[in-house]
Write a protein that binds this ligand. Structure first.
Ligand code: HAM
Length: 422
């Protein structure tokens, strides 16, 4: 069998990359306007960062990490998510000492050893934001509003915002005990994964997709009933700010996210058309992570979007054609070939998209390719044109053509007459 991309990975071919570029551009513009700044962290980190940050009992750390020893015998892991690395960088570079709130965003590949299916990959891409240094519920509302702006800019209006509060550590400890007490008599009826989680990570049982477990969970005590007064107040403020912003949401008391660092607000944007992999964005507050990773106590909140999922949903939208004239150079004879190469380079320096036919085939075949290339104009240099330092400019849409000197073509007046303003 021939070589193939590893299971769970995929090539993004040029026709699809166009959508990625649109997505990245839209996101960058929205985040720029809200004064978020881009940060890049390494694709691999020390394994202990994720063990400590995401939590040893989570599926991600327990069974999904790409962990390896490097040649210096260090244990490294391909990042399964972006938050831990951003927090590590925030601490390592003392970004907290700049004072105020840090608003950061990132985009890049993440790696999880999951069972691949449509919308779920082993290498996938996330766009994420992290706001460090604010416990204010307005930060929660701001990041949620920005996520929605990005989804809307991509034409994905029909998403549902699911909202929950997972409380603070104290609230969760009380709730965890109540949940274990409630579930223990049903232990034998739970699905095997949930049985396994009963003492390791019982809150994740709330997320089980197994119908029998779900029926048991439906009657379980609710995390929302275990919130302290201050947790409750934060949650209510977030809701009222969302209402103020005109952002509809549904409270989902069983929404517990797959990472251990969350406190208070937890949320997801879901899109029904993707079935079980319908979560296009997930995030929440993580007020203790910076401290747990060795930094000063710093409340924080963020989210990440799965870009492959957004692309799947954007897939039926036509790409916007480029507004820049696109020129295709067709030549015959060695002198013309040389002139075509030089001319192309000069026109690129003036901002045009220029493609040189390198096939060495007949004029007829080169012209056919010019027509298929998406170019607006064809520049034809044959032996005669080369001798006279001229070029035939052909408008591909109408088939009209005109002979001009190469000097004219390169002059500002000539270029703008032939190709329009540039
Ligand atoms: P997460 O929920 O694990 O959160 O992932 C966020 C998003 O990444 C998911 O909603 C989904 O769209 C996408 N995603 C996750 N796994 C896959 C996969 N195997 N294939 C394709 N897409 C996937 C986090 O990663 C947190 N770091 C988010 C966050 C930032 N919380 C606070 N700040």
């Amino acid at each position: 069998m021939g070589l193939q991309a590893p299971r769970g990975t995929r090539d993004i071919l040029p026709a699809e990359r166009v959508y990625w570029q649109q997505l990245e551009e839209a996101a960058r513009q929205i985040l720029d306007r809200a004064a978020y700044r881009e940060i890049c962290t390494p694709i691999f980190e020390q394994t202990s960062l994720f063990e400590r940050g995401i939590g040893e009992a989570t599926d991600i750390v327990g069974k999904e990490m790409y962990t390896f020893q490097d040649r210096g015998d260090r244990s490294l892991t391909l990042r399964p998510e972006g938050t831990a690395g951003v927090v590590r960088a925030y601490i390592e570079h003392g970004l907290y000492s700049q004072g105020g709130v840090q608003r950061l965003w990132y985009l890049g590949p993440m790696f999880r050893y999951e069972r691949p299916q449509s919308g779920r990959y082993r290498q996938f891409h996330q766009l994420g934001v992290e706001v460090l240094g604010s416990a204010d519920p307005r930060a929660d509302a701001e990041v949620i509003a920005l996520a929605l702006d990005i989804l809307k800019a991509l034409g994905l209006e029909d998403v549902t915002l699911m909202l929950n509060s997972v409380g603070d550590r104290g609230d969760r400890a009380h709730y965890r005990q109540a949940l274990v007490d409630y579930l223990t008599p049903y232990a034998a009826d739970l699905d095997p994964d949930s049985q396994d989680r009963l003492h390791r990570n019982p809150l994740r049982i709330l997320d089980s997709k197994d119908p029998r477990t779900q029926a048991i969970v439906n009657e379980a005590p609710r995390l929302l009933d275990y919130l302290s007064a201050s947790s409750q107040q934060h949650f209510e403020q977030v809701q009222s700010l969302l209402e103020e912003l005109g952002i509809p949401y549904q409270i989902n008391p069983t929404l517990v996210r797959g990472l251990d660092y969350y406190t208070h607000t937890a949320f997801e944007f879901q899109q029904g058309r993707l079935g079980t992999e319908g979560t296009v964005c997930g995030g929440g507050r993580y007020d203790h992570l910076v401290e747990e990773l060795g930094g000063p106590a710093t409340p924080a909140i963020g989210w990440a979007m799965g870009l492959e999922r957004l692309i799947l949903l954007m897939g039926d939208r036509p790409a916007v054609p480029s507004s820049v004239p696109h020129l295709y150079v067709v030549t015959r004879g060695s002198s013309a070939e040389r002139q075509g190469l030089v001319l192309a380079q000069q026109l690129r320096h003036q901002g045009y998209i220029v493609e040189v036919d390198l096939s060495g085939s007949s004029f007829k075949n080169q012209l056919k390719r010019a027509n298929r290339s998406g170019a607006t104009h064809c520049l034809v240099i044959g032996e005669e044109e080369a001798a006279a330092q001229t070029v035939q400019v052909k408008w591909l849409a109408s088939g009209e053509q005109e002979q001009v000197s190469q000097a004219d073509l390169l002059s500002a007046a000539g270029r703008s007459r032939l190709f329009g303003e540039q």
